[in-house]
Write a protein that binds this ligand. Structure first.
Ligand code: GLC
Length: 410
């Protein structure tokens, strides 16, 4: 597969599900609790004896993701605490086959994804709090990291990609990235390679083997699509509350509407959107997060075509509204559409402008309609100005972001 095909195929996936799960999930205080809590390594390691994974059902997970429009899943196969959800084949006993669960979680995950046609991506930390070589003998540690990745590359069949995270912890170290990525290119030539640059370096480019820049928690406008001559993708990852790893005491949830807006805002810049859920102790998705994902899924059932097939077209506008270009059509993303009703029954009855203007629309349009109910919309074109009359959300609906489809003249 040509590099560009690999990257554009990845961009078409549009929506992915991020899963943080590990020993830390049993403590329900986020994935950094070993660092921020008061544990000795011995105490923390004991979590392996109580890790049963009894609630983890890879098949149900892959079905759920697919049903809700998520085309790929990124699973934390090893996080900073050094515990692996896969059989490291003797590299380190701190892994799920040596835990109480006695299971190779990555095997179950990849097999289920393949069975249900969802693409498996593997998150892998580059930081390691468990392996003392990380601090004391970095080159030996890097050899361990590469061997770990080789195990993942060779034991599970075809993978969608690798999602590394942590190099920001030692910004001045020589990570020998070429060697690490070389292993992936050797065994998994079509895998996407990502290395998260972290919150303070969003959108930053790096090694030429990397296929996408990362946008942790937002800022899609920072997308850069070229690294030298190489076209690269971008991906925005987002938590629903303020933690990646589960915290049942974190109530600071975004609204479903905010999440849908970030999804659309990512696609405006051509970014994939990777929405996170942190599994509970033994592999259960928290109820509230399941409900959120279901809402995103319901929105995707109506407007998903625009998310998968729409590519950046016109970004500049005076409002949040924007247009993506699809095959023979445009997708018009409209924010703040009012509910049709009266002020006595509906909350959201603000007045809307009669007409919305989009500039720089060169394509000739033959018809425009809402994607949710096929209602035709009045429009006019004057040179490169495109004027459309959005009608209100039908009473009984409020899509947060509503999408109209414009069919282009042949
Ligand atoms: C940050 C956090 C890490 C988390 C990642 C997800 O790098 O340190 O814990 O897994 O973001 O993007």
């Amino acid at each position: 597969m040509h590099v560009l095909d690999r990257i554009t195929a990845y961009e078409k996936l549009g929506l992915g599900l991020f899963i943080h799960w590990g020993l830390y999930s049993q403590l329900s205080k986020g994935e950094w609790i070993f660092k921020f809590g008061k544990f000795s390594m011995d105490e923390y390691q004991k979590l392996s004896d109580t890790f049963t994974a009894e609630d983890f059902d890879a098949d149900a997970l892959a079905c759920f993701a697919k049903e809700n429009g998520f085309k790929y899943i990124v699973l934390t196969t090893r996080h900073h605490d050094g515990f692996s959800l896969y059989d490291t084949c003797g590299l380190c006993d701190f892994d799920s086959p040596h835990s109480r669960a006695n299971r190779d979680i990555v095997r179950e995950f990849v097999d289920a994804c393949n069975k249900h046609n969802v693409i498996p991506f593997l998150y892998h930390t580059t930081i390691d709090w468990y392996n003392s070589d990380y601090q004391n003998d970095f080159d030996t540690y890097l050899e361990y990291l590469r061997k770990s990745v080789e195990v993942l590359c060779t034991n599970y069949g075809k993978l969608g990609g690798f999602w590394f995270d942590g190099c920001w912890d030692k910004p001045n170290a020589e990570w020998h990235e070429n060697e690490l990525y070389g292993i992936i290119r050797k065994y998994q030539p079509n895998a996407i390679i990502i290395n998260n640059t972290g919150l303070s370096h969003r959108g930053e480019k790096g090694n030429i083997e990397l296929d996408a820049v990362t946008l942790e928690q937002g800022c899609p406008e920072l997308v850069k699509n070229f690294n030298g001559d190489k076209y690269i993708a971008s991906e925005l990852c987002l938590t629903m509350n303020d933690h990646w790893g589960v915290s049942l005491s974190d109530f600071n949830y975004k609204s479903p509407c905010e999440i849908i807006e970030v999804l659309c805002g990512s696609r405006k810049y051509g970014s994939n959107f990777l929405l996170n859920t942190g599994f509970e102790a033994q592999g259960k998705m928290p109820e509230i997060q399941r409900a959120y994902l279901n809402i995103v899924g319901r929105w995707m059932k109506i407007f998903g075509e625009a998310i998968y097939f729409g590519r950046p077209y016109i970004r500049e506008n005076t409002t949040k509204n924007f247009i993506l270009k699809g095959e023979g059509c445009l997708y018009i993303f409209a924010y703040n559409i009012t509910i049709d009703g009266s002020e006595n029954v509906t909350v959201n009855v603000e007045e809307m402008p009669d007409e919305y203007v989009f500039e720089n629309v060169k394509d000739k349009i033959s018809e425009v309609y809402w994607m949710d109910n096929n209602e035709p919309l009045k429009f006019e074109q004057d040179g490169e100005n495109f004027m459309v009359n959005f009608t209100k959300n039908e009473y009984g609906t409020n899509y947060c972001v509503r999408v109209a489809k414009a069919i282009l003249d042949k």
